[in-house]
Design a binder for this molecule. Structure first.
Ligand SMILES: [Fe+2]
Length: 145
């Protein structure tokens, strides 16, 4: 894997972890209309996301690189908005949609780069992640439209 693709995959790892924490944050802090359905949805999403993060991290390791996983690195490198515990349930769902879409665009760029490099395995793993984030964005959108 080229250094540029590796840095993209690392970026996906960091943002996926930031989204994992954000999805937990919203699961715990949301309140109001549709609470039960959205609390349950976010609970399922963060558990599914943890498996996706594991796939990406193990792919980084299998490519010969180390996985840097600590709060300092996440804080320095994540570009997702900071969690706001006073946001209302609608704003929290919008925030999750926005962050899933940020990761979708990172994934699309990285899949294109993987294919340019003839790296089919990376493209395949990232396409699995893309499918999950696209479905998640749709599930979330259906709750606020
Ligand atoms: Fe829970």
């Amino acid at each position: 894997m080229s250094q540029i693709l590796l840095s993209k995959v690392n970026e996906i790892f960091v943002e996926s972890y930031a989204l994992y924490l954000k999805t937990q944050h919203h699961h715990w802090n949301m309140r109001g209309a549709q609470f039960q359905a959205l609390h349950d949805l976010c609970g399922n999403l963060y558990q599914e996301l943890s498996e996706g993060i594991d796939e990406v991290a193990e792919h980084i390791r299998a490519s010969g690189a180390h996985v840097t996983a600590n709060f300092e690195t996440f804080h320095l490198n994540s570009k997702l908005p900071i969690n706001n515990s006073s946001a209302n349930i609608y704003e929290m769902v919008k925030d999750l949609i926005n962050c899933n879409e940020i990761i979708i665009s990172l994934l699309n760029e990285s899949i294109n780069l993987s294919m340019q490099e003839g790296n089919n395995l990376t493209a395949d793993i990232l396409t699995d992640r893309l499918r999950w984030h696209a479905k998640t964005a749709w599930l979330l959108k259906m709750n606020i439209e």
